[in-house]
Design a binder for this molecule. Structure first.
Ligand SMILES: [Mg+2]
Length: 393
C-alpha cells in the first residue's frame, strides 16, 4: 500500500485559560495535525507539537521539514512490504518509523515533533486499513490510566485555589510549575490546600542554576515533593548528576531527554531517577519506546508526559503508551476540552473523576477526528499529493 496524499493543518485552538510556566505563557494550541490518505482510501491522523526551546523546531520549520523531507520519503515508500504481525508488533512500529528520515540540521537537536506527526499518522492510517487498534500492538497492562493535574506558574492565591479544585475532582497527583520566585510560599500554600496524601511534584523547565536547584530542592523537600523535573537547563549530564547527588528530592529529566543518545548519556552519568517520556519530544512511538526500554533496563522510573495544548490525537498515543508500559509512575495529558475551547475528536477523550481515563480500543489510535474542526482552526493548510509530484503518479 502507498500513501497518496498528505495534508498539514497548522492549528490555533484557543485555550479556555492561559497556561504559564517559567519559560512561556500560552493562550492557544499550536499543534500541527498531519492527515495521510492511503491508496485504499483510508485516512490517518498524527500530531506534532513544535517547541523551539525543546527540540529547536518551530511551527514554520516543522512544516517545511514535513513537506520537503518527510513527505518526499513517505510518498516513495511501499507500506505493503511491512505486513502487520502482532507477534512482532514492535518491529512493525520500528519499520514504520524507519521510513522517516532521521536527519538533523544546525537549527534543531532533532526533527522529533515533525517525525511524530508523520509516524502517528502512518500508524493510524495503516492500522485503520486493517481494522486494528494500536492497543493490539501495544497490549494494555491496565484498563485505567490515572492522570495528574498541573498548577501553572501563578500567584500563591490562585495556585492554592487551583490545587483545591483539583483535589475536589479527586485528583491524587499534582505537578507544580516552579520559577525560582515565591516557590516556597506557593508550594507551602498548595500543600496546605491539598493535605498530606496527595502526591506533589515540581517542574522548573530549566530555570535554575546547579546551585539554586540544589538550594530549592533542599528548601522544598519538607513539603514532600516526589520528583523535581528539569530544574536546570539541558546541558552536561554531569551538572544534573551534581543536583541529584545533593538533592533530597529525586530528579527527573525532561528537556535533557530528547534522543536515545541523551538517554544513554543521562544513565551513564547517573544524572536522574526519572525520565519524562513525551512522544512528540522523543520523536514518535518507536523512538519513545526505545528510550523507555533502556530506562526500564537501567532502573529509571517513568512519567508519560504530554505537550500543553495537545489535541486528542497525541493524547490518544500517550494513553496507549501509558497503558502498555510495564511500570508508569506518573501520567500527564488528556486535558482535551478541560484546556482547549474545542478538541478535534468526535468523542471526548479527556480524563474524568480522579483523573482517570479508559484505554482506547477503536481502530488506529482510537480517535475519530473531525475534519471540520481542523479546517476551522487551521491558520495554514498545506496539501501535498503524489499526483502533484513530477515522475510519480
Ligand atoms: Mg517538563
Amino acid at each position: 500500500m502507498r500513501i497518496i496524499e498528505a495534508t498539514l493543518f497548522a492549528l490555533r485552538i484557543p485555550f479556555i485559560e492561559a497556561f504559564a510556566h517559567s519559560i512561556k505563557s500560552r493562550t492557544y494550541s499550536d499543534s500541527i495535525v498531519v492527515r495521510l490518505k492511503a491508496s485504499d482510501g483510508t485516512v490517518g491522523y498524527g500530531e506534532a507539537v513544535a517547541r523551539p526551546y525543546v527540540t529547536g523546531e518551530t511551527v514554520e520549520s516543522c512544516l517545511e521539514f514535513m513537506a520537503d523531507t518527510l513527505w518526499v520519503a513517505v510518498r516513495q515508500a511501499d507500506y505493503s512490504t511491512a505486513p502487520l504481525d502482532l507477534e512482532s508488533s514492535l518491529d512493525w512500529l520500528k519499520a514504520m518509523a524507519a521510513t522517516l528520515p532521521a536527519e538533523t540540521s544546525d537549527t534543531v537537536i532533532a526533527w522529533n515533533a515533525a517525525r511524530t506527526g508523520f509516524e502517528l499518522a502512518l500508524v493510524d492510517c495503516l492500522l485503520k486499513s486493517q481494522q486494528r487498534s494500536l492497543g493490539e500492538l501495544l497490549p494494555p497492562q491496565r484498563s485505567l490510566i490515572t492522570y495528574s493535574g498541573v498548577i501553572t506558574s501563578s500567584t500563591v492565591e490562585s495556585a492554592a485555589k487551583n490545587a483545591k479544585r483539583f483535589k475536589q475532582l479527586g485528583i491524587s497527583q499534582l505537578k507544580v510549575k516552579v520559577t525560582g520566585e515565591n516557590d516556597r510560599d506557593r508550594i507551602a500554600a498548595i500543600r496546605e490546600a491539598v493535605g498530606d496524601d496527595l502526591s506533589l511534584r515540581m517542574d522548573g523547565n530549566g530555570v535554575y542554576s546547579v546551585q539554586s536547584a540544589i538550594a530549592a530542592c533542599q528548601t522544598l523537600a519538607e513539603f514532600k515533593i516526589d520528583s523535581a523535573e528539569q530544574m536546570i537547563s539541558r546541558g552536561d549530564p554531569a551538572d544534573l548528576a551534581a543536583v541529584r547527588s545533593a538533592s533530597p528530592i529525586p530528579q527527573m529529566a525532561d528537556e535533557s531527554l530528547i534522543t536515545l543518545e541523551d538517554a544513554q548519556a543521562l544513565i551513564a552519568a547517573k544524572a536522574c531517577q526519572f525520565f519524562n517520556l513525551r512522544i512528540s519530544k522523543c520523536g514518535g512511538l518507536a523512538h519513545t519506546i526505545a528510550i523507555a526500554q533502556l530506562a526500564q533496563a537501567s532502573g529509571i522510573q517513568l512519567q508519560v508526559g504530554c505537550q500543553v495544548g495537545e489535541t486528542a490525537i497525541l493524547s490518544a498515543a500517550g494513553r496507549h503508551l501509558a497503558a502498555w508500559l510495564p511500570e508508569v509512575v506518573f501520567a500527564e495529558g488528556s486535558y482535551g476540552t478541560l484546556l482547549l475551547s474545542e478538541d478535534v475528536s468526535r468523542t471526548s477523550i479527556h480524563f474524568g473523576h480522579r483523573g482517570q481515563a479508559k484505554v482506547l480500543t477503536r481502530p488506529g489510535l482510537g480517535v475519530d477526528v473531525k475534519d471540520a474542526v481542523l479546517e476551522k482552526y487551521a491558520h495554514q493548510t498545506i496539501n501535498l499529493a503524489t499526483a502533484s509530484v513530477p515522475g510519480l503518479g
